[in-house]
Design a protein around this ligand. Structure first.
Ligand SMILES: C[S@@+](CC[C@H](N)C(=O)[O-])C[C@H]1O[C@@H](n2cnc3c(N)ncnc32)[C@H](O)[C@@H]1O
Length: 378
């Protein structure tokens, strides 16, 4: 089968590596997605284990289409009754970049009609639509060259919904982005890790899960493929129990999660407990601008991004971050992800690397600073 893993901007490369490590074959990197081949077991593993995928889809086919009616006919020809039953609910997610067929709602309607009429022709009955939480999501994508891709969603809820964020704070980092940034940093569990402005703990929790080699999701996580007619529960349970039993990789160093806000720390601790890795993290209430030294660390942090903050205030805050790095993070690598691109310039150190990412729909930069004794401002 062909599988498509969707991801966030900037994470295609790390997702490709994850898929290759899982055993995917014929891997092809696309824009915000990776296409590969594998069996049912790999599809299950992809949903359960990939840290940097936001959705997993089973590719059903690609068709040249000339009109909405043509789409209807091609959809009606597909064997939907082998995938789900009249008792299941379904919904369509349609996206079109075609000039000729540019109405996504109408496109979705035509696809729905094709599926419904297929069932009518076979059983004189039809499955119902549930646009909010259907048993079965059908994804339709029409490109500008009139090629239509049909796939079915295997993940259910987006895969950033790990199940551990039970105590949210304002502006948390997307969990998939957090895992992706850790992978992009090249941090290894044998190195010291700190998030000095941890908020609800997303980066620290994802780092601890990586270190412990545990799936990113809580055990009770449900996936879309569990509603499929051909779902092999025994095979999935075996994969799951193997994945959660690999608890022998205890991090060499405890992950450090700090924040000056008591409420943020409470959120981080609560979420880490829910994720089952609280014992791998040291939580501490601490102002980033304190005089504690962190040598030989990999630091990844997401400083406050507040649109209400005046630029001068933000500039001042980021400039002070730069001063702090030079004094207290000697021989460490410090990564900052922020949507405040203007303020990032006032850190005053030359980034060794910059990667463009999207953080909750906002353009953001992930900047790397290697700090040595005598690192100078620019
Ligand atoms: C954008 S939030 C981080 C969100 C976090 N990445 C998450 O996923 O939840 C920024 C955090 O920085 C913290 N913060 C702001 N100023 C700080 C300082 N001087 N020292 C330590 N933490 C600070 C805030 O309390 C807030 O929790």
């Amino acid at each position: 089968m062909i599988i498509i893993a969707k991801t966030l901007k900037g994470l295609e490369e790390v997702l490709t590596k994850e898929i290759s490590d899982l055993g995917g074959t014929n891997i092809e990197k696309l824009t915000r997605a990776v296409k590969y081949e594998g069996d049912d077991a790999l599809l299950y593993k992809s949903c359960l284990l990939l840290r940097t995928a936001i959705r997993i889809q089973k590719f059903m086919g690609e068709y040249k289409v000339s009109s909405y009616d043509d789409i209807y006919l091609k959809i009606k020809k597909m064997p939907w009754e082998t995938l789900f039953t009249i008792k299941d609910t379904f919904a369509i997610r349609a996206v079109t970049f075609s000039n000729q067929m540019n109405h996504s709602m109408f496109l979705g309607q035509k696809v729905k009609d094709g599926i419904v009429d297929r069932f009518y022709s076979k059983f004189d009955k039809r499955p119902n639509i549930n646009p909010v939480s259907p048993d079965f999501w059908v994804d339709i994508h029409v490109r500008d060259n009139q090629m239509m891709t049909v796939s079915i969603d295997a993940s259910g809820d987006p895969l950033n919904m790990r199940g551990y964020r039970i105590y949210p704070v304002e502006a948390p980092l997307n969990e998939v982005l957090a895992a992706g940034l850790i992978k992009l940093s090249g941090w290894q569990p044998t190195q010291k890790f700190i998030d000095p402005m941890c908020g609800s703990g997303t980066l620290a929790i994802e780092a601890a899960l990586i270190a412990a080699d545990l799936p990113p999701h809580t055990k009770s996580r449900k996936f879309g493929f569990m509603n499929w007619k051909d779902f092999d529960k025994t095979a999935y349970e075996k994969i799951k129990s193997e994945a959660y039993s690999q608890k022998d990789r205890i991090p060499t160093f405890k992950i450090k999660a700090k924040d000056k806000s008591l409420q943020s720390l409470k959120a981080a601790e609560t979420n880490a407990k829910e994720a089952g890795i609280a014992s791998y993290i040291d939580f501490e209430r601490k102002d980033f601008f304190s005089t504690e030294k962190f040598e030989d660390h990999v630091a990844i942090t997401n400083p406050p991004y507040d649109e209400r903050l005046k630029l001068e205030e933000a500039t001042d805050f980021y400039s002070k971050i730069g001063d702090q790095l030079k004094k207290y993070y000697i021989n460490s690598t410090f990564y900052i992800v922020s949507s405040n691109i203007e303020a990032l310039k006032s850190i005053g150190l030359k980034p060794n690397k910059r990667t463009h990412v999207l953080n909750g729909g906002l353009e953001a930069e992930f900047q790397k600073y290697e700090i040595y004794e005598g690192s100078q401002r620019v």
